[in-house]
Design a protein around this ligand. Structure first.
Ligand code: C2O
Ligand code: CU
Length: 464
């Protein structure tokens, strides 16, 4: 029933050159700000003889430069907008000062073409995060406006050679291999599973190869930057353990209890591998396993290089006994039950749906309303009870907070109530998450299938 089961049609480009992770550099202005320039650039996403794609990128590359800092440091980034439309940057998963959250229209005005905006914030948690455009994200992220943000532990748990960032994206390419721009914004995608691609890249490359040292514990940081695709992977195929979800470490590395594991849009998963042989990461959501990144083992100096353990971040523990439950009914979309939907204070009917593109709703309200979904006192524990009354899976993201997934489909969940910033909720499923609303400001709660967010699955809450 899941429509994400699409075959990746353009299989077989077969780039086999050994490629180490791209060395990413960031220019730094004299006042200490890293400069990220959003602008058009051109890149071949598919074979060498295929058409060039017209992308929008940060500093000319997709993904943009890896921003790497240490726990507790201050990130200073100057966004310079050389695009033809306004933009902003959101720092996904960072428990950030609200004014720096980068949500155009809620926490800041979008930055107009030709202008700039300075982001300055402290990173309170170590782990794997990412940044992306947050104005018309369905368009800007699909064209390449995203990059990794890695926060090292005070004593990094892995040495740099044993710590790889893998930003995974699926692109929708035309027959000639160039990025399909004409279909951006198609209501067919908005009302179904979102915009799926037909070609995968890792760090912007097709089928890259990485070298790993045999027997060395290595951390693979997987980041799903796709608009809508849920990747399915089976870490058990290469004896990997799970180190962390969405930047937050498990108490100890865990062998996955089931397969495949789902990696939804915006989610991250850190894996621990100790390679003995060559292996590939395969995407399993199609009809056949689709290998999209290969790892070749090379001999090292024989020193095993034991991984340090990951310390938990200091996230406040929800108090379930005193929690306030906020219920969110998700409705709409193709094959969904029709409910009365309010958009900008007006009940939609008939022609309003295609005209406004509002096809989904939370509690009968499409997109941001004047009133928040809820207003919390600072320090209050909130349980969001998310009832998915649609025919699709969704990837729900809370801004500014990490939460525990406490219940899924009536059962308390495996993986010891993991901390996350984005969770998947299946069709006809109910999931409960809990968090301490301790970060003052206006925060989004939305589906990270970016077409769904644009088409109504987008609300906000207020922390006093
Ligand atoms: Cu990663 Cu509101 O976004
Ligand atoms: Cu969704």
């Amino acid at each position: 029933m899941l429509t994400r089961r699409r075959v990746l049609q353009l299989a077989g480009a077969g780039a086999t050159a050994l490629s180490m992770p791209p060395l990413l550099t960031t220019s730094r202005a004299s006042d200490g700000f890293l400069e990220l320039t959003a602008g058009p650039s051109r890149k071949k996403l598919y074979r060498d003889d295929a058409a060039v794609s017209e992308l929008w990128t940060y500093n000319g590359t997709a993904p943009g430069p890896e921003i790497r800092v240490r726990l507790g440091e201050t990130v200073k980034v100057r966004l310079i907008n050389n695009l033809e439309e306004p933009t902003s940057i959101h720092w996904h998963g960072i428990r950030i000062d609200n004014a720096m959250d980068g949500v155009a229209g809620l926490t800041q005005p979008a930055v107009p073409p030709g202008e700039s905006f300075d982001y300055e914030f402290v990173v309170p948690d170590a782990g794997t995060y990412w940044y992306h455009a947050h104005n018309k994200s369905w368009n800007q992220v699909a064209r390449g406006l995203y990059g990794p943000l890695i926060v090292d532990e005070v004593e990094p748990a892995f040495s740099r050679e044993n710590d790889l960032t893998l930003v995974i994206d699926d692109w929708r390419l035309n027959r000639d291999g160039g990025l399909d721009l004409a279909s951006l914004g198609h209501l067919m995608d908005w009302s179904h599973g979102g915009r799926f691609g037909n070609w995968l890249t890792v760090n912007g490359e097709s089928n890259p190869d990485f070298q790993l040292v045999r027997g060395q514990a290595t951390r693979l940081r997987l980041i799903n930057a796709a608009n809508a695709r849920i990747f399915e992977i089976d870490p058990g195929r290469f004896n990997a353990k799970i180190l962390a979800y969405d930047g937050q470490p498990l108490l100890e590395p865990k062998t996955p209890a089931y397969a495949p594991m789902l990696l939804g849009p915006a989610q991250r998963m850190d894996l621990l591998v100790t390679p003995e042989d060559d292996f590939a990461l395969e995407e399993l959501s199609g009809n056949d396993p689709f290998p999209f990144v290969r790892f070749r083992t090379v001999e090292g100096d024989g020193i095993p290089g034991a991984p340090g353990s990951l310390q938990p971040n200091a996230i406040p523990e929800p108090d379930l006994d005193s929690a306030r439950v906020v219920r969110v009914d998700m409705t709409g979309g193709a094959m969904g039950r029709m409910v009365e939907t309010v958009y900008k204070g007006k009940v939609l009917s008939g022609e309003d749906y295609p005209r406004t593109g509002q096809l989904w709703a939370f509690n009968g309200v499409a997109n941001l309303a004047e009133e928040p979904l809820f207003a919390a006192q600072r320090g209050e524990t909130i349980i969001l009870e998310v009832v998915n009354d649609t025919a699709f899976m969704h990837a729900m993201h809370v801004h500014g907070h990490h939460f525990r997934v406490v219940e899924r489909g009536g059962a308390t969940i495996d993986d010891g109530d993991p901390w996350r910033d984005t969770f998947l909720v299946g069709p006809d499923q109910t999931t409960r998450i809990a968090f301490v609303a301790d970060n003052p400001g206006k925060w989004l709660f939305h589906c990270h299938m970016l077409e769904h967010a644009a088409a109504g699955m987008n609300t906000w809450f207020d922390v006093a």
